[in-house]
Design a protein around this ligand. Structure first.
Ligand code: WQD
Length: 340
């Protein structure tokens, strides 16, 4: 059974990916300092899979601590690297905090890949690397643009560092560019746990609907889109999770065409903010209290994925609709709110 190290394993996408890896026959260890996540996710993973995953609670910026994981687990076949700060707005306020955390963690991990000859590396990248695209949908050949935030810059630089490293390394890597991951595991045992006031659309919707927030703002209705609100590609977190398992298997089966293959992980459907809200209202039966406000700086006007490469190359079959995304996000909010 191939052993995989998942960094950020207690986080939103990390925890869902661990569930999918276990369900597909992989052994998993996690490393997460829980600075932006809850160790409770490990319990949720165990409830779903029956497997108690070991989590190393340490900071990947600490090289010796990071190295200790590999001394204790000499049979790590692959790494899926999620651990990073990802709040766009915060990264603008604290650029060095982001560059230090996201880049030092990655470089420490790659130094361990080199020393311990870990063959496969999957990187959590983002559609943020495309900036404001000149045409949509975007495919993996669409030129990247100067990042709109230090967060986006760390994803762009991360991709460059990994590509350069694997040019000379024995193994191979994959860059997975997520669009907008939303929703929760159908069991409601794991889901998204935003810290403080939610920045992202779907948790803002569900927290407003449940009354945690008095109302939510729609940031702009004067964009050149079909209804004036921004257009995004929402994708269920479980579909994203399964793509990671497929990416690892693709590397293990030596199907990669380069030492650093790139895939867009999006649904291929562009949905506006107002359409997302309408879908949520239809699925939940809750009328959402929102107001149209000014644009949010740094927002991309419109982006959605051409996901053909991932569908055909990885054999990725999407299982969840926009309605499923909204329903599972709402069911998760109902559970989390009952706990608090
Ligand atoms: C989506 C749309 C907002 C909140 C995210 C992450 C980023 C990266 C890519 C992973 C925008 C609008 C939002 C609200 C609103 N993820 N909105 N009211 O900006 O596309 O980026 O996905 O790598 O880390 O931030 O997602 O959910 O923040 O916003 O109107 O209260 O919803 O203006 O148009 P975004 P988002």
């Amino acid at each position: 059974m191939a052993k995989i190290l998942v960094t950020g394993g207690c986080g939103y996408i990390g925890s869902h990916t661990i569930v999918d890896l276990i369900e597909n026959g992989f052994e998993v260890v996690s490393v997460d300092n829980n600075s932006r996540s809850s160790i409770g996710s490990i319990g949720g993973i165990e409830k779903i899979t029956g497997v108690k995953v070991k989590n190393y609670t340490l900071d990947l910026k600490d090289y010796d601590a990071t190295r200790s994981i590999f001394l204790e687990n000499t049979d790590i076949t692959g790494i899926i690297h999620f651990a990073a700060y990802k709040a766009v707005g915060e990264s603008v306020e604290k650029p060095l905090f982001y560059y230090e955390n996201n880049m030092f963690s990655l470089i420490n991990l790659l130094k361990c890949v080199e020393e311990f000859k870990v063959p496969y590396f999957v990187f959590s990248s983002s559609c943020t690397v495309y900036g404001n695209p000149d045409s949509i949908p975007v495919n993996e050949k669409t030129p990247t643009k100067k990042a709109e935030s230090p967060y986006g810059a760390t994803k762009q630089m991360g991709e460059v560092v990994i590509e350069d490293f694997f040019k000379n390394a024995n193994g191979a890597s994959i860059l997975l560019r997520y669009f907008n991951p939303v929703g929760a595991h159908p069991t409601t045992f794991i889901g998204e746990l935003p810290i403080g006031r939610p920045m992202n659309l779907v948790p803002a919707i569900t927290q407003t609907a449940i009354g945690k927030l008095p109302k939510m703002m729609v940031y702009g209705s004067d964009y050149p889109t079909r209804d004036g609100s921004c257009l995004r590609d929402y994708i269920h977190v479980c579909d994203i999770a399964h793509a990671h398992t497929l990416a690892l298997q693709y590397l293990i089966d030596q199907k990669n065409v380069s030492k650093c293959d790139v895939f867009n992980l999006g649904s291929g459907n562009g949905i506006t903010v107002l359409e997302a809200i309408k879908t949520f209202e239809a699925v939940s039966g809750v009328k959402l209290n929102y107001e149209i406000g000014p644009r949010r700086s740094g927002d991309v006007v419109a982006i959605y994925a051409d996901n053909k490469l991932a569908v055909e190359g990885l054999g990725w079959e999407l299982k969840y609709t926009l309605e499923d995304m909204m329903r599972t996000a709402w069911e998760w909010e109902l559970v989390v709110s009952n706990k608090s």
